[in-house]
Ligand binder design. Structure first.
Ligand SMILES: Cc1ncc(COP(=O)(O)O)c(C=O)c1O
Length: 425
């Protein structure tokens, strides 16, 4: 693997990082696979794979039984809750496991909806993934009014004046993404939480796209709920929700009678995916070990996770600069979202483009044949693709970088895309 000058400056030990992920050595018809599909789901380190396999081999059981493997399972789930609490910056009993972000959001929206009716309003945004829209729109059947916050088309940022106008004393909840999975914009979530609370509304944050790229501190945000999916940040296919204890206690979940009313278990329905939960601890521990690898002075797991994110952010920023510079040099290419490197702290390394005369699907297919894994379409950010008028034309080509990507991969990608565009084939 080539190590370039800017990668050396970032100080992320890419050799160490890439050794943790067995899938990165995959090839496609002789081409090395380049995983620019992180926003759809990242690759998984060996530690996560081992934890899942070991659980199934040694300790597979249901929870709550009076025997060894069941006791192990209870302790293992408690351990994963602590790990996620370290990642979120909250207490373990404020962590709820679920099938994925979408299911958790429907669970919370149905429960909050029990208390809402005509005259109540919910504020959503055009930038969001549909998983943070449809569960709230479902409450229109109870007479709730939905208000949509617009975007600035030129850079795909939220119109914060519109946000401030739409949040009123009728607003009961504001649901917003931390970062856009289509165009990468990072929203000023702290300010949105402040605006919501000033009108007595709850704030529900979709951090699915943000979590692989930057650290979360739910106490500093003061958000009421924050939800993420572990398969987007190097873990197994599950969702995890943080809820403030007072809300998890007060709100009434739909649940079976036999399930305890204790928090957080009352929000976890049926038997959870235990092997995935075993993988979640290993996923947070992967970040912590990356952090300790970069900063040996990190004394707690949370400190180590924060150190990892610092290194991740520096590295991704340098990759993003190279990618955007190269993309903008391709004739006929339109990049959606923030383009000015001075403002790259306001975005993730997730880049949406369209190229004149080429459909996003055709581009993704040709790139895929050369081993570059990108995505085409709307990625469920359908309000955004409709708002920008690209939904009927195949959406965008999305290039999503993760910290295990290299400058060399970015350069090879730019060359391949340049060739495809030049040949139109
Ligand atoms: C920003 C964002 N929110 C929500 C989701 C839905 O997550 P899940 O698949 O865990 O339901 C996704 C999935 O792509 C996403 O990118």
């Amino acid at each position: 693997m080539l190590t370039t000058e800017s990668e050396t400056i970032t100080a992320l030990d890419l050799t160490w990082v890439r050794c943790q992920f067995p899938s990165l050595s995959r090839t496609v018809d002789g081409h090395p696979a380049v995983f620019f599909d992180g926003p759809g789901g990242t690759q998984v380190p060996q530690g996560v794979i081992d934890a899942m396999v070991d659980y199934l081999k040694q300790n597979n059981a249901n929870s709550g039984g009076a025997y060894a493997t069941s006791r192990f399972t209870d302790a293992m789930i408690a351990g994963a809750r602590s790990a996620m609490a370290d990642l979120f910056g909250c207490d373990p009993d404020e962590v709820v496991f679920g099938q994925n972000m979408t299911s958790l959001t429907f669970a919370i929206s149905r429960s909050i909806g029990r208390e809402l009716g005509p005259g109540d309003e919910i504020v959503l945004t055009h930038l969001d993934h549909d998983a943070n829209i449809s569960p709230w729109r479902a409450l229109e059947e109870r007479g709730v009014t939905i208000r949509m916050v617009d975007i600035h088309e030129e850079d795909c940022t939220l119109d914060m004046d519109d946000m401030a106008r739409k949040i009123t004393n009728r607003t009961k909840l504001v649901a917003v993404g931390y970062a856009s999975n289509a165009v990468g914009t990072i929203n000023d979530v702290k300010e949105i939480v402040r605006l919501a609370h000033a009108q007595g509304a709850l704030a529900y944050i979709d951090a699915v796209h943000y979590t692989p790229h930057a650290p979360i501190d739910v106490r500093a945000l003061d958000c009421d709920f924050l939800v993420c999916s572990t398969y987007k940040f190097f873990g197994p296919h599950m969702g995890v929700l943080h809820g403030k204890r007072e809300h998890l206690q007060r709100l009434q979940p739909y649940k079976v009678r036999a399930l305890t009313n204790a928090v957080p278990f009352r929000w976890e329905w049926g038997t959870l995916n235990h092997e995935c939960i075993a993988g979640i601890t290993a996923c947070v521990d992967y970040l912590a070990s990356l952090g300790r690898h970069m900063d040996t002075s990190a004394s707690t797991r949370r400190a180590a996770v924060l150190a990892a994110y610092e290194a991740i952010q520096r590295h991704e920023r340098s990759l993003l600069e190279r990618l955007v510079r190269g993309l903008l040099a391709i004739p006929g290419l339109k990049l959606y979202g923030i383009q000015d490197p001075q403002r790259f702290h306001q975005r993730c390394p997730t880049v949406a483009v369209r190229i004149e005369g080429q459909s996003p699907l055709a581009l993704a297919t040709k790139l895929g044949e050369r081993g570059f894994f990108t995505w085409d379409g709307n990625y469920y950010a359908i309000n955004l693709t409709e708002r920008l008028g690209v939904e009927k034309h195949g959406g965008f080509l999305r290039i999503g970088l993760a910290h295990y990507n290299t400058g060399d991969e970015v350069e090879r990608f730019l060359r391949a895309l340049g060739e495809i565009v030049a040949r139109r084939g």
